[in-house]
Design a protein around this ligand. Structure first.
Ligand SMILES: O=c1ccn([C@@H]2O[C@H](COP(=O)(O)OP(=O)(O)O[C@H]3O[C@H](CO)[C@@H](O)[C@H](O)[C@H]3O)[C@@H](O)[C@H]2O)c(=O)[nH]1
Ligand SMILES: [Mn+2]
Length: 735
């Protein structure tokens, strides 16, 4: 794969793009499903007039089916042309050599030392510092929205540890380079004495550092001696709180400083701690605000032409990733118009059957690659490398490649001067009256800043790439309880629906600027929230009608039932195959269907309602941070794949009520059929099947209601409320 000839050098591409197979077959297949869906709509309209009993239920179900069908159409574009990328990192190295590679700034964001333990944050930082890339070209910036001296303390400790860690990684070429996950997965048995000795030494260093940091976090304060040792702590005073403090910018390692070297005399990457100013009366725009601040601070300090963006839990799992990504940008033919390269989000704590459906297998393996079939990729907030220029509002047509590589760091000023110069860029008032958050940097106004920003960049003419390598590039922490998962999905669904309603609606904002397939691809996600309504409607109306003996579906002997059966079986059958082809289990797929239902009936419903109140100006955007710290009790249930039903009682009540409705409806329906109360009871078979499926998929809910009595079960108060609610709904329904 490596080439040496000079003539060859210029024409051999640095990456290759392949198309997914069998897409033609899929197109035909999806057309057949479309026919079935249309027939269902026709059935509803044609029979509308003949329905006497339960006309409203019929209309409600029809509207839901319209919703499902239209949404299904929107989800199709991402399956029509899927692209797979292969970068050739050796070619990059041969072509450019170490000296001519561009500099890269790495941004890591954290926001709360309790929800995001400092030890986790520094593991991400350490893995970023140890990239297999010339370290004088790397700068790592930590944005601490928690404004916490504990995080600062941890970063100081990590900067000292990195002097041993980086050389260890380089010398023995170890992976992954986050010490925590390295020591958790690799040991030193069966290796040379030299390695074993180094391993034991570095492990001890790491454990010592970790326990120092953890005990500081447990006490909630930095040890006195550490505080006296480093001047940096003087920036905190007893009045400093997360919401109210001045700017703090501190260069902890200055990459220019020849005395800041690792244990083997190599220069270390620059490391900078940034806590932007926070004042109660100034909006800080959450993560988008944090990243925009880092864009400015880094332009003052290192000004690298490329920016890698990581959440604090997303450590690097492959030391060669930067080299791989640069293959896309540095390719002479196709690289100049790429704005960013996005990696999938992967997690290292997924259980075998993924009971919270955290792994997004199908999205990662098919859908995101499918959007890139139209030349664009979603920006997912983490695991993404941007061209700096594309983040500053530049349109592709105005962009000159030369300015990129020329971006040089400001080398003359002292650390103090740089610190002070940067501070001025991180004040609350700096952005007032500027284009930051609108034309420049990440877009404000939504908790899914990433999605909106990616869309805006694509609409400025830039291309973007989705790259899903075999070896996971970034790995983070997935939610380990239902509550955390639901909080996260609520934020996503609400934020994305807000984008749909804002001026950034892909169909309007993107019209004429990006391919229609991309617009549909975006809406696949932006419409998560409203999809809660048809789902709820179906789940509520069908059992009520069953109980009252009102048929909603054609008789099994009627040809119309074929349309329903085909749409259902083809859709779910395909979805199962897609899921299995990603290498997971059938039970995992079943769990995914359950989580989809749970999200649609709770998280997305609340997301929808909150997006609406925001639209009406009744409330403001919020960002609830995903809790990444886990207690032992929760961790134990998580590992056993037992769902932890903690969380908001309203949410649990809805969840339990919907499950019970279907159970009661099913019992009532079966009774009806057995007693053959009506001549039409055979028309109820489809509803019986639907309710049975719902009861089956909700088995864990019933278990948590009636059988379990651990901390993660559903409380008896919620149980009572939902029984009463379900019974009332069933008997008082106006059908
Ligand atoms: O005011 C804030 C809030 C959050 N963060 C950081 O943003 C990151 C993402 O937050 P997290 O709570 O982990 O949210 P997730 O739902 O896991 O994040 C996904 O979804 C977000 C959009 O909702 C994207 O910003 C993230 O990149 C993406 O990983 C974390 O590193 C936080 O520290 C801040 O810096 N400031
Ligand atoms: Mn996260």
């Amino acid at each position: 794969m490596e080439e040496k000839g000079v003539g060859e050098k210029e024409c051999v591409p640095l990456f290759e793009t392949k198309e997914g197979r069998l897409r033609g077959v899929y197109k035909v297949f999806s057309c057949t499903i479309f026919v079935a869906i249309s027939l269902i709509w026709v059935f509803r309209v044609v029979n509308m007039g003949t329905v006497t009993n339960g006309r409203w239920a019929w209309i409600a179900v029809f509207i839901s089916e319209l919703g499902f069908g239209l949404y299904w159409i929107i989800t199709q574009s991402v399956r029509w042309r899927i692209l797979y990328q292969t970068p050739f990192k050796h070619r990059l190295f041969h072509r450019y050599g170490e000296a001519n590679l561009p500099a890269v700034d790495i941004f890591v964001c954290t926001a709360d030392p309790m929800l995001e333990p400092p030890c986790m944050v520094i593991n991400t930082i350490l893995s970023a510092m140890a990239y297999n890339y010339p370290s004088n070209k790397l700068s790592v910036y930590l944005s601490d929205d928690g404004g916490s001296e504990l995080t600062f303390y941890a970063l100081l400790k990590a900067s000292i540890f990195s002097k041993h860690w980086s050389p260890f990684c380089r010398r023995f070429n170890v992976e992954p380079r986050s010490p925590e996950s390295y020591f958790a997965t690799q040991n030193c048995s069966n290796s040379t004495a030299e390695f074993a000795q180094a391993w034991l030494f570095i492990k001890k260093l790491y454990e010592d550092m970790k326990s120092e940091i953890e005990s500081a976090v447990a006490m909630g304060k930095v040890p006195e001696d550490a505080r006296n040792e480093h001047r940096g702590f003087s920036q905190w005073n007893p009045k400093t709180t997360k919401q109210d403090h001045p700017s703090i910018v501190q260069i902890i390692i200055d990459g220019r400083d020849k005395s800041d070297v690792d244990g083997e005399g190599f220069q270390l990457p620059t490391v900078v701690y940034v806590a932007r100013e926070k004042r109660p009366n100034y909006p800080h725009h959450f993560k988008a605000g944090a990243i925009n601040t880092l864009i400015r601070v880094s332009s003052e300090i290192s000004n690298a032409p490329f920016i890698l963006n990581l959440d604090c839990d997303m450590y690097s799992n492959n030391a060669d990733t930067i080299r791989e990504i640069l293959c896309f940008f540095m390719d002479e033919k196709k690289g100049h118009d790429i704005a960013y390269v996005q990696f999938p989000q992967n997690y290292n704590n997924i259980t075998k059957n993924d009971h919270y459906a955290n792994s997004y297998l199908v999205i990662n393996e098919f859908e995101l690659g499918g959007i890139s079939g139209y030349g664009a990729s979603l920006y997912c907030g983490t695991g993404c490398l941007h061209r700096r220029e594309s983040l500053s509002g530049t349109y592709l047509k105005d962009y000159k490649t030369e300015c990129d590589i020329k971006l040089e760091r400001n080398d003359n000023r002292t650390i103090e001067e740089l610190n002070e110069g940067s501070k001025a860029l991180t004040t609350c008032t700096y952005e007032q009256g500027t284009q930051w958050g609108k034309e420049m940097g990440l877009v404000y106004g939504t908790p899914v800043e990433d999605i909106a920003t990616g869309l805006v960049i694509s609409c400025r003419g830039w291309k973007s790439i989705y790259y899903n390598p075999e070896r996971k590039a970034f790995v983070g922490v997935a939610p380990t309880s239902l509550e955390v998962a639901c909080v996260q999905h609520k934020r996503w669904s609400e934020g994305m629906f807000q984008v749909f309603f804002s001026k950034y609606c892909p169909f309007i904002y993107g019209h004429g600027k990006i391919n229609f397939g991309v617009q549909m691809g975006y809406c696949n996600y932006l419409l998560w929230a409203p999809m809660s309504l048809p789902t709820l409607c179906y789940l509520i109306v069908s059992p009520i009608c069953l109980l009252h003996g009102i048929p909603l579906f054609p008789q099994l002997s009627s040809p119309w039932s074929l349309a329903f059966a085909y749409a259902f079986l083809a859709n779910y059958g395909y979805s199962l195959c897609e899921y299995l082809s990603c290498g997971s289990t059938a039970k995992g797929w079943w769990n995914l269907q359950r989580m989809k239902l749970i999200h649609r009936t709770t998280s997305y419903l609340f997301g929808f309602l909150d997006a609406m109140t925001k639209q009406l100006g009744l409330s403001q955007t919020n960002f609830s941070i995903t809790d990444k710290a886990v207690t032992d009790d929760i961790q134990k249930r998580y590992e056993q794949e037992v769902i932890d039903f903690g969380g908001s009682p309203i949410m649990l009540t809805i969840l339990a009520t919907v499950a019970l409705l279907n159970l009661f409806g099913l019992i009532g329906g079966i009774k009806r059929i057995m007693m053959d109360l009506e001549s039409n009871s055979s028309q109820l078979i489809v509803q019986i099947m639907l309710c049975s499926l719902m009861v089956l998929i909700n088995l864990p809910v019933f278990e948590a209601l009636f059988i379990r009595n651990d901390k993660g079960c559903i409380s008896s108060l919620v149980m009572l409320k939902s029984i009463v609610l379900a019974a009332l709904t069933l008997y008082l329904a106006p059908f």
